[in-house]
Design a protein around this ligand. Structure first.
Ligand code: URP
Ligand code: ZN
Ligand code: ZN
Length: 458
């Protein structure tokens, strides 16, 4: 199975890499099977490249009160259960913080903890001269993409001038610029007005972050990138207005890319964020869940390649953390957990007729690897690639929820979701991590992936 479609092949793994793809029934395949240490019969299942999730937040201290509930160990175990074999997390520089310190801190948190391979983007929350000077060094070290925030004023927010300057450095160095595109200044006005009126329920998190302000910020990010001559990747795109901006820029032939996340494809403000108490707070993330009609456009955007990637923006919390916002939605830590469910949820999109199987592989594995400088080591089953291989049963049915998931959280945004299609076996660089439904991985075996530059830029 690949990003170009389905074919029959015997996959030969030698050590950490794919050695060959052989025609089933051929004499070469027969002799490879004879000399193999182990032969797995995957008849009736898909053999797909391990998933590549390029947007996760593991062990992130969101505020002094709330830390993401998954560590690098629990998060990568959960990812492996769901067929993801590479995650790209973030080194998090905050206001007044030093880039190098934040990089060292996140490397230390991951070191010796991961069950699958991992890499980092730089999340730059304070664009100073010294932070900009670090960019070329970080690129040499394999951190080749940089996230900037148009949201969260007073925290990690950057103004247009700061983002333009960072984009100018990216244009010179070939780095990828990632933008959280929401107009945080306008959103803060709406949030304050809502709370002054006594509108403190979770639904107001959504109502104070209107989709127009994501569309506007996306337009601005694309314009700034055009002026700087840099590529731009819009993270966690959730709204029709933002998608229209990305599609228009791509039609103009620009190096503009975007990801969406499962929550924007399946969950909505009406069905989820309108609930009171913890039931609504569970779904507080930014950008917020949107009205139903947005998800239809997002599936179309994925099909048409205006959206290139599905990542998770995995950022889980426990009930006690989410309850910080019980009297004021603004105090709830933003984010929800999906690292374990991405491959299954997007495969469900294949079952439901939204996407082709090839597009499932392309958006969840191949394109993220290509956009973020890991291809063809990751994202493809081909001779010479890392043997990151998932055996996927397309017909097994299962139900998601806290009783069965492996993410370290006592709540789930996916509680009760019935899906068709499940991971059976996961191999990471030739080593079994999930063997026919049993976890056999080892903490610390995951390696840092030193990334190159994107190979998808024109
Ligand atoms: O709600 C979210 N998305 N939390 C994670 C931080 C971010 O902006 O990606
Ligand atoms: Zn963000
Ligand atoms: Zn995020």
């Amino acid at each position: 199975m690949s990003s170009t479609g389905v074919s029959s092949a015997d996959v030969v793994v030698e050590g950490e890499t794919i050695e060959a793809l052989l025609a089933p029934g051929s004499s070469l395949a027969a002799s490879a099977a004879e000399s193999a240490e182990r032969v797995i019969d995957a008849t009736g299942r898909y053999v797909v490249p391990g998933g590549v999730d390029v947007h996760t937040h593991l062990a992130l201290e969101m505020s002094p009160e709330a830390t993401v509930s998954d560590s690098f160990e629990t998060g990568t175990v959960a990812a492996a259960w769901g067929g993801t074999t590479t995650v790209v997390d973030f080194c998090n520089q905050t206001l007044g913080d030093d880039v190098r310190r934040s990089v060292d801190e996140q490397f230390a948190k991951a070191e010796g903890q991961c069950v699958i391979d991992y890499a980092f983007h730089m999340s730059m929350g304070d664009v100073t001269d010294s932070a900009l000077k670090e960019m070329p060094t970080l690129i040499d070290e394999g951190i080749t993409s940089f996230k900037y925030y148009m949201a969260y004023p007073g925290h990690v927010y950057s103004d247009d001038g700061q983002i333009l300057r960072a984009m100018q450095v990216a244009a010179e160095t070939g780095a990828m610029v990632m933008v959280h595109a929401e107009n945080g200044i306008a959103i803060d006005v709406l949030r304050e007005q809502a709370v002054e009126r006594g509108n403190t329920d979770p639904v107001w998190h959504g109502r104070t972050r209107p989709s127009e302000l994501e569309g506007e910020a996306t337009h601005r990010a694309i314009s700034l990138a055009a002026v700087a001559g840099a590529p731009v990747y819009i993270v966690h795109l959730s709204a029709t207005e933002a998608l229209a901006e990305v599609a228009a820029a791509r039609d103009r032939g620009r190096n503009v890319f975007a990801e969406t996340c499962p929550q924007y494809l399946y969950l909505s403000i009406e069905d989820h964020l309108t609930q009171e108490g913890i039931d609504g707070l569970t779904y507080v993330c930014s950008p917020p869940l949107r009205e139903h009609h947005h998800s239809g456009s997002l599936w179309t955007g994925l099909r048409a390649d205006d959206l290139s990637v599905v990542s998770t923006d995995h950022c889980p919390f426990c009930e006690k953390d989410k309850l910080l916002g019980i009297d004021d939605f603004r105090l709830t830590p933003n984010g929800l957990g999906s690292i374990e469910h991405r491959m299954d949820l997007i495969h469900q999109g294949v079952v439901d007729g939204h996407l082709s199987i090839a597009r499932w592989v392309e958006t969840c594995s191949t394109t993220p690897a290509r956009l973020f400088g890991m291809y063809p080591k990751k994202g493809v089953i081909a001779p010479g690639s890392d043997a990151d291989v998932v055996i996927y049963d397309p017909s097994r049915r299962h139900t998601l929820g806290v009783e069965s998931h492996h993410m370290n959280s006592d709540i789930s945004a996916w509680q009760g979701f019935d899906l068709t299609g499940a991971v059976e076996t996961v191999m990471s660089r030739g080593q079994m991590v999930i063997d026919n439904g049993k976890f056999v991985g080892r903490t610390g075996r995951g390696r840092f992936v030193k990334r190159g530059l994107s190979d998808l830029l024109i």
